[in-house]
Design a binder for this molecule. Structure first.
Ligand code: PEP
Ligand code: MG
Length: 834
């Protein structure tokens, strides 16, 4: 449509409605309309061509002026002005002209997740813009560079605020806002002025701007303590000046949530009765009966039955807890966060200081339980006094460990017992321990509302991994809420509504059901085969490293596993896993894929994946040293154990994949060992090779003559083709798998495989890039193995193109001279970091 402006996503992440933003300014659209992205990437890209007309001094937000004078605000996270630039790195400058897809600023997502109220990033078209939104993409994962908003010129551009001033009133005001006039106060000022008939200007130093324009106000760079001059004319000029003086005189912490003054939209008013605001730990929306979960205090006797006996009892209880935690930490059956948390608890259980403290209490005549509790509570108190919230939140882990050992001491086993709960309840508690939450698995909890806790606590991480909407830090008053009543947990805005009106309950129920239906529809579509528009079947599999990921892969429509990274079993431990442990883990993953192909890659150690217990020689260039199959062949016992474990797993669909192959001899050596270990008459395991070195790509035809399939690892193939370290921060953007030289090696690999009627797969990162799927198929690829979450989008892309179109695209790409040109051909933004 003529005059339309298309804005693309500035970040990878989940695109959501602005009302989900935990800040009235954005949620109530005071600053402008648009959407918000819950980011998974850390470089903000320009959503369109434009000029940077405002760059916040704290580097957390900027405004881009696009064609037609359309101002677009990008604000990374909520309340991030308070970070005063920590974690942000501008990649552009004021008045710079940028092209769509160019990096604007980078940020430390981990730091923001810990320190900001929310990382949700609004993308807004300002209210005074001559454009309005005609289409938006919401409620799904988006990739940076993908169109998400379409804007059309407004039928009649607003002229509010354009009145000619007569007899202006003047007032000088000192700005008390803690962070000066940044996005939020600028938006509040504009919102407060909206219903008033007054032309209001604000002068700071030599610059004057229209107070109705948040972008202008932000651009004035007014800092805390600055003196500004306000001028107003028109019938409401006195009211306007009073309002502005009040806003600018606030210390800023109250400005967004406190009821302001007449004229500010209703949503800025006080919360309804029974509403509590907290911090979002896991997003989502839940409706259900509120159920109070109390953690009973375990009664313990203070005095013991003698130091020796108590020390033995404590040792026994710790051994029980240790056994359970070790199983949980190593289990392929748990989600990754649960394994990590079990490992963290294990480390605490073995802490020598804690043990020495407990021992001192025992020696002073205390019981084992009393001693353990005293030692852990003292440590927890010390942690609770620290300023870093992440460290404070570890106090919760100590409490958890206390409970586990006390249960074990009382003969109740090491695990925390699960309480009986009604279905789809919203749990209300002061705090929840990770082990309590794990014990609830399967109880179909609808949501979690905690009076205390932090968004980065282990329980919050677990809740997010379990997909349970969770809001923490709701305040102690929330615990007075009546139990059993229907409550709404809006873990988008961070609000618990304990007395929702019947109409609100009905609306939320409809929304919860609609979200469920949307998820189900997407899941269903993902289950179908991927065929190009003219019917060519392309297999779409997934890369996994645990049973949980295997389940997620199947749920997302993966037709099998194209890469099982067995390193997950070998890393972060003191010795290599035994054969039986490996067999059990491989079986469990194969079972999750229920007979679908499972491509088990032999241990890919060395290089960027060192193993503490393998005495690898010191290497000048580990990336060019003992890596992948070379390590396995250098430590044949390690390889033998793994091959025996694979043979013992005997799962249908299992096939082997050898990493970092550079010639046919390596393949033959592994095959010979496999044959030696295979019981007579056993079915022969198919063996494929990874094409990760230019050598393997150039030898593809010879390799395919002996291998059962070829699978291209584009991550390493790119590193070795371009001679750019895959972990090098400064080269990150240039080590691009879309480089035509890499594409050419992919084409050569596919041709080599097809010469022997073998399949050519891609299991490196490029296979997870939906926009590259057609290109890879055009280069001759028959099979893609992506991260589980990308499977539906990859399938979608393939369904939209014909094989002929794919081939034409590949031919064009192979003629280009740089990765950037290929990106432009695919309408992809420049690689992050350029
Ligand atoms: C690759 O190199 O593309 C690959 C899939 O292997 P990894 O990333 O595990 O090295
Ligand atoms: Mg690799």
């Amino acid at each position: 449509m003529s005059g339309a402006l298309v804005l693309s996503a500035p970040l990878d992440g989940w695109s959501t409605d602005l009302s989900e933003a935990p800040d009235e300014v954005f949620a109530a659209r005071m600053l402008g309309d648009g959407l918000a992205i819950d980011p998974t990437s850390d470089t903000l890209l320009a959503p369109c061509d434009g000029e940077v007309v405002q760059l916040a001094p704290a580097h957390h937000a900027l405004t881009l002026r696009a064609a037609g004078g359309c101002d677009i605000v990008l604000h990374v996270g909520i309340d991030t002005v308070a970070l005063q630039g920590a974690g942000f790195m501008p990649r552009t400058s004021l008045n710079a002209r940028v092209r769509a897809g160019e990096p604007l600023l980078s940020f430390d997502l981990d730091l923001l997740a810990r320190r900001a109220k929310s990382v949700l990033t609004p993308l807004l078209v300002t209210s005074d813009s001559p454009f309005e939104i005609s289409q938006r993409t919401l409620g799904r994962a988006v990739r940076a560079g993908e169109p998400v908003l379409e804007l059309l010129p407004r039928a009649s551009a607003s002229t509010a605020g354009a009145r000619t001033p007569r007899d202006p009133l003047r007032r000088e005001v000192r700005v008390r806002l803690a962070h000066g006039i940044h996005a939020r106060p600028a938006a509040l000022i504009a919102a407060a002025l909206r219903p008033l008939a007054a032309d209001v200007r604000l002068r700071a130093g030599e610059h004057t701007g229209n107070a109705r324009s948040p972008v202008t106000l932000m651009g004035l760079g007014v800092a805390h303590g600055a003196r500004v001059e306000l001028t107003a004319s028109g019938p409401d000029a006195p009211t306007a000046l009073d309002l502005l003086e009040k806003i600018l005189g606030e210390d800023g912490s109250r400005a967004a949530s406190a009821p302001l003054v007449a004229g500010v939209p209703a949503r800025a008013g006080p919360r309804a009765p029974g509403e509590f605001t907290g911090v979002v730990a896991a997003p989502g929306l839940a409706l259900g009966p509120l159920v109070r979960l109390q953690r009973e205090e375990i009664a313990v006797a203070e005095h013991g039955a003698g130091a020796e006996e108590e020390a033995r009892a404590l040792e026994q209880a710790r051994a029980g807890v240790r056994g359970r935690l070790e199983r949980a930490a190593a289990s392929g059956g748990s989600a990754a966060p649960a394994r990590e948390i079990a490992s963290a608890h294990l480390a605490l259980l073995e802490d020598p200081e804690l043990l020495a403290d407990a021992r001192r209490h025992i020696d002073a005549g205390r019981s084992a339980a009393f001693a353990w509790r005293s030692a852990l509570r003292e440590a927890a108190r010390r942690l609770a006094g620290l300023t870093d919230p992440r460290q404070r939140e570890r106090a919760e882990d100590l409490l958890d460990l206390e409970t586990q050992v006390l249960h074990a001491l009382q003969g109740g086993g090491a695990a925390t017992p699960a309480p009986a709960l009604p279905e789809r309840a919203i749990l209300l508690a002061r705090e929840l321990l990770p082990s309590q939450l794990l014990a609830l698995e399967g109880a179909r909890v609808a949501g979690i509302a905690l009076a205390g806790g932090g968004a980065t606590s282990h329980v919050a991480i677990l809740a997010a991994a379990m997909g349970i909407p969770t809001v923490v830090a709701l305040g102690p008053e929330v615990l007075q809420s009546p139990e059993g009543a229907q409550a709404v947990l809006d873990a988008g805005r961070g609000v618990l509504e304990t007395q929702p009106a019947a109409t609100r309950v009905a609306a939320v129920r409809a929304e919860v059901e609609a979200r469920q239906a949307r998820r189900e529809a997407a899941r269903q579509a993902a289950q179908g085969e991927a065929r190009t528009a003219d019917g060519t079947r392309i297999l779409v599999l997934a890369n996994v490293g645990s049973v949980a990921e295997a389940r997620a892969a199947v749920a997302n429509g993966a037709e099998g596993c194209g890469l099982l990274r067995t390193e997950f079993l070998f890393m972060e431990r003191r010795e290599a896993p035994e054969e039986a442990e490996q067999t059990a883990a491989y079986r469990a993953i194969a079972a999750a894929f229920a007979g679908r192909p499972v491509t088990l890659r032999t241990l890919d150690a060395g290089g960027d994946k060192p193993l503490a217990y393998l005495a690898l020689p010191r290497e000048e260039n580990p990336a060019l040293g003992l890596r992948g199959v070379r390590t396995s062949l250098a430590y044949p016992e390690l390889l033998r154990t793994q091959l025996r474990a694979v043979l013992a797993a005997r799962a249908p669909g299992l096939r082997l994949l050898l990493p970092m192959i550079s010639d046919v001899a390596e393949l033959r050596a592994v095959r010979a060992l496999l044959q030696e270990l295979s019981p007579p008459g056993a079915p022969v395991l198919p063996v494929g090779v990874m094409v990760e070195t230019p050598a393997a790509a150039l030898l593809a035809e010879s390799l395919a003559g002996e291998a059962d399939f070829l699978s291209i690892g584009t991550n390493d193939l790119t590193q070795y083709t371009l001679a750019m370290d895959r972990g090098h921060a400064l080269l990150a953007a240039r080590a691009d798998a879309l480089h035509p030289a890499v594409l050419s090696l992919i084409a050569r690999t596919a041709a080599g495989a097809h010469a022997h009627r073998r399949h050519a797969a891609v299991c490196g990162g490029l296979a997870s890039e939906p926009a590259a799927a057609a290109l890879l198929v055009g280069l001759g690829i028959d099979e893609l193995s992506a991260v589980p979450a990308a499977v539906p989008a990859v399938k979608d892309r393939l369904r939209a193109v014909s094989l002929l179109e794919c081939r034409a695209l590949a031919e064009q790409a192979l003629r280009l001279g740089s990765a950037g040109e290929v990106r432009r051909l695919l309408s992809l933004p420049a690689a992050a970091g350029t």
